[in-house]
Design a protein around this ligand. Structure first.
Ligand SMILES: O=C(O)CCC(=O)C(=O)O
Ligand SMILES: [Fe+2]
Length: 340
């Protein structure tokens, strides 16, 4: 089938959200059906849209509004919350060019070599790994360099959106447990106090000639268990399916979010679920900027990412590793390869 005819599925996850809220020990018939949809999308694409997540439209639009407000701040305000370039992926603002995500040349289909850093600007906050806590921060607290000029009008919608994404991630982990034939609460112990990251993203318009050669976001796979993405209507994100075709992953509707399996879940499931490369060469409309928010869910620091727990009868393709060690390993590797 040609890539033009294939679209990422939209899955209504309401049964899993309800099952997760009631902590039911047995999966309902609706949950079983939803889990089967999750299963096939996670094997074939590693990406799917979700509806029925229960995040209020006002919560999503509030977070996107905060995102726009931040990136329109004058440069001197952003510099006050500049992420420490020596701290790997720390909290705060990263300017355009600070990161080159196509670390392993995943986007080989792109003409020429990606010599510049990614065009995107980012602002990052989240619940870091214990070993990466900023001075004075306690484990389990949100770490952020809040821009004082925006105050609670910026902070409150992002904290609310972060917590909602956490709730939805736990419901998705329940769905994946059911899909794998495990008890619904199989992943619950490992997701009660998770490492998370919220990355606000801004892609400048590319009509500017200085950016002609630049790539918005180099092809990469995400490191954690799962990522939830909300994006504006501009579009341009693409996903590499198992057969190598790049499929569009634009917003499927104003109330849907995009989900993708990250490397940690791929490893945990011994490769049953696919962590797919994705990229954004340019925003789809040349004169438009693009904003999006990625929420990375990286499980508890001591979650044991061991394929033998999930598929005990298979030869494991990966060694067990604790979630914190894994995230730190990936962050360190990216940092070392980034020369910008
Ligand atoms: O901006 C986007 O739509 C995707 C962002 C992304 O893939 C990432 O930050 O890992
Ligand atoms: Fe990503």
């Amino acid at each position: 089938m040609s890539s033009a005819k294939r679209a990422l599925p939209v899955i209504d996850i309401e049964p899993l959200v309800s099952g997760s809220a009631s902590a039911s020990a047995v999966a309902s018939a609706h949950e079983e059906t939803t889990a089967r949809s999750l299963d096939s999308a996670s094997r074939e694409y590693g990406f799917f849209h979700i509806s029925g997540h229960g995040i209020a439209p006002s919560c999503i639009s509030g977070a996107m509004r905060a995102c726009g407000d931040f990136f329109h701040l004058p440069l001197e305000h952003k510099l006050l919350v500049r992420a420490d370039p020596d701290a790997g992926e720390g909290t705060g603002w990263e300017p355009s060019g600070a990161q080159k995500l196509d670390e392993s040349r995943l986007g080989e289909g792109i003409d020429g070599e990606q010599t510049m850093g990614d065009l995107k600007e980012s602002y990052i906050l989240g619940r870091p790994a214990t070993s990466q806590l900023p001075p004075g921060a306690k484990p389990g607290e949100l770490a952020a360099l809040w821009p004082t000029s925006l105050g609670a009008y910026f902070r409150d919608p992002l904290v609310q959106y972060h917590d909602e994404c956490w709730r939805v991630s736990v419901a998705l982990m329940r769905g994946w447990a059911i899909a794998l034939g495990k008890p619904p609460d199989f992943f619950l112990r490992d997701t009660s106090d998770p490492m998370t990251k919220l990355r606000l993203l801004y892609y400048p318009p590319v009509e500017d000639a200085r950016y002609a050669e630049a790539i918005g976001l180099g092809a990469h796979c995400d490191w954690g268990a799962l990522t939830l993405l909300t994006q504006d209507e501009v579009g341009g994100l693409e996903v590499c399916a198992a057969d190598g075709a790049w499929l569009p992953a634009n917003r499927a509707g104003s109330d849907t979010l995009l989900v993708n399996v990250g490397d940690m879940l791929q490893r945990w499931t011994n490769g049953h679920f696919r962590s797919s490369p994705h990229r954004l060469l340019k925003p789809a409309t040349a004169e438009a900027s693009r904003t999006s928010i990625a929420f990375f869910f990286n499980c508890n620091v001591d979650a044991n990412i061991d394929p033998r727990q999930v598929v005990p009868h298979e030869v494991p393709k990966w060694e067990p590793i604790l979630a914190e060690a894994y995230i730190v390993e990936r962050a360190t590797a990216t940092n070392q390869q980034s020369d910008v």
